[in-house]
Design a binder for this molecule. Structure first.
Ligand code: C5P
Length: 220
């Protein structure tokens, strides 16, 4: 590992989308590229951390020098995260599907003339909330993300309280911002000290700033 302010620290990063199967060949997904999570993993490694990177099927290249755990579904991601604990800090950048298909089919659903399949849904586990609310072995610092399209600070502050994490990195993903899938991000960091809006910058710069803040918080 690199020598740096995070040397000797073990940090979990979740990243990417999850895929929720409908049947063996079809799934429900989302547009997360995994770019911000990958950048965060790289920035933490550069400061000396031992990073465990739990990722769904993302397009982004995997961060080198991190331990990579590949998963597909939200349930698999939760199991992987539980298997990685304990860690000093955890950053939940994954866009985890809120729902999975209830009773996904083990065989390909056949097209039938005049008949449409109906899908029922079940709620997925909330990985960030689960880890934030651990009674034993909770990481010293738990960071969640909030992608919002309106009232960003109010919604993200409520989310921080509801989930029980220490920080929320909130961003405005309204289509006109071009942030989702783009290379830049404009974030507000919400902590118990309030809301701090950062200027719009590259996802790499956001990751470096966040990694520096994490190093500072763990040192305190
Ligand atoms: O509630 P919402 O999905 O907007 O919260 C976003 C934050 O919660 C992100 O940090 C995301 O990684 C995390 N999350 C999670 N497990 C879920 C849903 C969201 O870890 N099932």
């Amino acid at each position: 590992f690199e020598e740096g302010p995070l040397t000797g620290r073990r940090i979990l990063v979740t990243s990417g989308p999850t895929h929720e199967p409908i049947d063996p060949v079809r799934y429900i997904a989302n547009r997360s590229s995994g770019a911000q999570g990958t950048a965060i993993a790289r920035a933490l490694t550069a400061l000396g951390a031992e990073v465990v990177f739990v990722t769904g099927p993302a397009d982004a290249a995997r961060p080198d020098r991190a331990r990579i755990v590949e998963v597909e579904t939200a349930q698999e991601m939760l199991e992987a995260v539980e298997g990685v604990m304990p860690v000093d800090a955890a950053v939940f950048a994954a866009a985890v599907a809120d729902w999975r298909v209830d009773g996904a089919s083990d065989s390909k659903i056949k097209k039938q003339a005049g008949a449409l399949p109906t899908l029922g849904f079940k709620e997925n586990p909330d990985i960030l909330a689960t880890v934030s609310q651990l009674k034993q072995g909770r990481p010293d610092l738990v960071v969640g993300f909030a992608a919002e399209t309106d009232d960003v600070i109010a919604h993200a502050t409520a989310k921080r309280d509801r989930k029980g994490c220490d920080w929320i990195v909130a961003n405005d993903v309204s289509p006109e911002t071009g942030i989702m899938g783009g290379s830049e991000n404009a974030v507000t960091l919400i902590s118990d000290e309030g809301a701090e809006s950062w200027p719009r910058m590259g996802k790499d710069a956001v990751a470096e700033e966040l990694a520096a803040r994490i190093a500072k918080a763990l040192a305190e």
